[in-house]
Design a protein around this ligand. Structure first.
Ligand code: 2NF
Length: 242
């Protein structure tokens, strides 16, 4: 008993979410039947199984994109042009926005993002079970853990498939509204396809009452603007005070 629990507490991150399999299935059904009935032909049992097979019985610090390819192939969702919304340090706000603007999509408004949002998952090389005690922390243990690799791959595909005018909601109440080390700065920006994306439109949102720490004229947005323009994509920015 002691050996088992010490073995399972070997990581610094939170363990797999309780009822992970059930939650994946429930969310898949509610998305494909209620949220986006256009995807009603997707097989939720197969999706749950492909998700589990991606990481179960594997070393939780050796995740690769290939582990998730069968899952990605099963889902294969297209977001319409002009409807993509990226966010960075503005999750709640971006989701409020796409809730009002019903036809807009953050990553969490796509099936796999919806299924996995706020969940944690990992297995162990020597076991068929999930590890509910602990999972690798992306900073303290390893960056190639299954959760990070999943979000990086999903974010990469989401960006690569975007077209037309795309939006990003950034946080003007922190010092670097654009952070080159964030998923948006590290993955999404570099995977936009200049042949398909016409403009990146940034919204820098400031909390009323908080001192504005960054804005469209600040250096972090300027850095973003340079990267985007160098990639032959048009860049526009709006400061927004709420
Ligand atoms: O959990 C999600 N829904 C999620 C996670 C990572 C990336 C969504 N994304 C996608 C979204 F679609 C956004 O467009 O990337 C964009 C947001 O990511 P960001 O890194 O630019 O924004 P943050 O607010 O800094 O981070 C979002 C969440 O992801 C976690 C972070 O702790 C926060 O909870 N996160 C960031 N990088 C990693 C990583 N390498 C990470 N978690 C694990 N591994």
């Amino acid at each position: 008993m002691r050996r088992r629990s010490s073995q399972h507490m070997k990581w610094n991150g939170t363990g797999s979410t309780a009822r992970f399999q059930e939650i994946v299935l429930e969310r898949c059904y509610s998305y494909t039947q209620l949220v986006q009935p256009a995807l009603r032909d997707r097989d939720c049992q197969k999706i749950r199984e492909a998700f589990r097979n991606a990481f179960i019985s594997k070393d939780p610090c050796s995740a690769t994109e290939e582990d998730y390819h069968p899952l990605m192939k099963l889902v294969n969702q297209i977001v319409p042009c002009d409807k993509t919304v990226f966010w960075s340090k503005t999750k709640k706000l971006a989701h409020q926005y796409t809730k009002v603007q019903r036809e807009m999509f953050t990553l969490e408004d796509t099936l796999l993002g919806y299924i996995a949002d706020d969940l944690s998952w990992c297995g162990d090389a020597g076991s068929h079970e999930m590890n509910y005690q602990s999972c690798p922390h992306w900073k303290k243990d390893c960056s190639n853990n299954f959760v990070s690799v999943f979000w990086d791959l999903l974010s990469k595909r989401f960006a690569a498939n975007a077209c037309g005018v795309v939006q990003v909601v950034l946080n003007g109440s922190i010092s670097n509204a654009f952070d080159g080390k964030s998923t948006f700065g590290r993955v999404e920006v570099h995977n936009l396809n200049p042949k398909k994306v016409h403009t990146l439109q940034a919204w820098v949102i400031h909390d009323l009452g908080k001192f504005p720490s960054d804005s469209c004229s600040g250096s972090s947005i300027n850095a973003l603007s340079l990267i985007i323009k160098q990639r032959n994509i048009k860049f526009t920015c709006q400061d927004n005070y709420r």
